[in-house]
Write a protein that binds this ligand. Structure first.
Ligand code: NAD
Ligand code: G6P
Ligand code: MN
Length: 443
């Protein structure tokens, strides 16, 4: 009989949980599931999402065992895969990450600059804790982690749990590859073969070919020069709000800086910080948008399902953008050897870059984990940017491990979007105050 898998979703109360849960059910033919468990450390929040999903599961997949819990032993015993998407501090803290830097005229963003550093200092402990639970109760399980800020979390797990079975992955390159596939008239990114290097939310494509080896870069470059990623639909139905559309259009200016490569959209925060600050309302940031839309929409829908006692007509949809998570689980479960972009220790894959850096590169994934695909030497421009940014990420992890104020001040000062050590200190002191319930004490 074909093996069926047991999945625990950590961050059961996440806005992404219902979409991922439905997506898993949609892919049972290639990735059969016997059990889904939600785990969260916030009982009340998780209960709303879990009770609604329980009703949905009962109506649509009664053969799959379903439960939810805040007890680690129950959550992590008899598990094959942990899908981890936690947000330590919830949206309330994301709002502070975004608004505190803006007080000083500095970009406030979830994963970039001071906001990303603050979020990293909160996330490390949460992800390590879940990894330890998994290893204690299901030592053979794999964790698929997409909790942000993925770059800092990945560096922390490399340093603190080097032998753990954790794979860190991001969905931004997936959406951008879908957009590029559309630009050249292909129906899926899976019809393309790519060369890519960078850090998470900080990378570039240097080669894109079709299955026959034809170079697709000229057509994609033409589109980038004219429109950036704007006007290229993606079947992932993700990133559709006006602020994202603006980011896709701005990629035109990011592209202009190095017309030999196609940039990740997140580079706009590092290369055009003045523009970003001018176009940000310091009193209403992305966190507010998400709380007013995605979070409200998901929790309203869950409450309605619970009140009605049925999920029929509830508008819940499988999250198409998250298909890569099923691909990744399948690659391990069935040794598919699929090529995927992962965040992994460099070890020479980028020849002229720090071997110990956590880089985002194409890997081949199979039952024993990943194998890196060597990307060779990278140009000076990208190398310079990456060296600065990876140092920020490493200093944050140093600060978290040693409780060092000095290291965190250095990290903030080194961030490309912070103008001076003086401003870095002002922001840091505000962030320490705002994060006192979450960060280790700094001395
Ligand atoms: P959310 O706030 O809606 O949900 C996160 C959940 O995690 C909450 O229910 C919270 O209680 C729970 N949580 C927090 N700390 C925890 C801990 N220590 N143990 C267990 N549970 C904990 O957040 P969201 O918007 O749904 O996002 C979830 C995460 O996924 C974020 O980190 C987000 O940045 C990330 N994300 C990453 C990618 C990617 O490309 N890597 C894509 C989308 C979302
Ligand atoms: C992209 C990134 C993620 C990020 C997500 C949500 O997909 O890759 O890391 O979490 O965007 O951003 P949002 O602003 O919509 O919460
Ligand atoms: Mn990401």
């Amino acid at each position: 009989m074909e093996k069926k898998y047991s999945i625990t979703i950590a961050g059961g109360g996440s806005t992404f949980t219902p979409g991922i849960c439905l997506l898993l059910l949609d892919h049972m033919e290639r990735f059969p599931i016997r059990k889904i468990c939600f785990y969260d450390n916030n009982k009340e929040r998780q209960e709303i999402v879990a009770k609604a999903c329980e009703i949905y599961m009962h109506e649509n997949a009664p053969e799959v065992e379903f439960n939810y819990t805040t007890d680690p032993e129950t959550a992590f015993t008899d598990v094959d895969f942990v899908m981890c998407h936690i947000r330590v501090g919830l949206y309330a803290m994301r709002e502070k990450d975004e608004k505190i830097p803006m007080k000083y005229g500095v970009v406030g963003q979830e994963t970039c600059g001071p906001g990303g550093i603050a979020y990293g200092m909160r996330s490390i402990g949460g992800v390590i804790e879940i990894l330890d639970y998994m290893e204690k109760y299901s030592p053979d399980a794999w964790m698929l982690n997409y909790s942000n800020p993925a770059a800092i979390v990945a560096e922390a797990t490399r340093r603190l749990r080097p032998n753990s079975k954790i794979l860190n992955i991001c969905d931004m390159p997936i959406d951008l590859e879908e957009k590029m596939a559309t630009m050249v008239g292909l129906s899926s990114r899976k019809e393309m073969s790519v060369g890519y290097y960078g850090l998470n939310h900080f990378g570039w494509w240097y080669k894109i070919e079709d299955k026959d080896g034809n170079d697709l870069m000229p057509a994609i470059k033409k589109h980038m020069a004219e429109n950036g990623f704007a006007d290229a639909l993606s079947k992932t139905n993700q990133h559709v709000e006006p602020s994202w559309i603006e980011t896709f259009a701005k990629a035109k200016d990011v592209y202009a800086l190095d017309p030999d490569t196609i940039p990740n959209t997140y580079l706009k925060y590092y290369l055009y910080p003045d523009y970003v600050v001018e176009h940000t309302d310091p009193n209403h940031t992305r966190a507010n948008e998400v709380m007013e839309h995605r979070e409200k929409h998901i929790f309203d829908a869950c409450r309605e399902i619970i009140a009605k006692g049925t999920a029929v007509g509830c508008g819940f949809e499988p999250d198409a953008h998250a298909e890569y998570i099923v691909d990744l689980a399948c690659a391990i479960a069935k040794n598919t050897k699929e090529k995927m972009l992962l965040i992994v220790p460099n070890e020479g894959a980028i020849e002229n870059f720090d071997r110990t850096a956590m880089v985002e590169i194409p890997c081949i994934v199979g039952k024993n984990g990943y194998e890196r695909i060597v990307q060779g030497a990278i140009p000076q421009f990208q190398k310079g940017l990456m060296e600065q940014q990876v140092s920020v990420e490493k200093l944050v992890v140093d600060a978290w491990i040693t409780g060092s104020y000095q290291k965190l001040w250095q990290a903030l000062t080194l961030s490309k979007i912070v103008p001076s050590a003086r401003v870095a200190k002002l922001i840091l002191d505000d962030l320490i105050e705002a994060n006192k319930d979450f960060w280790p004490e700094l001395k």
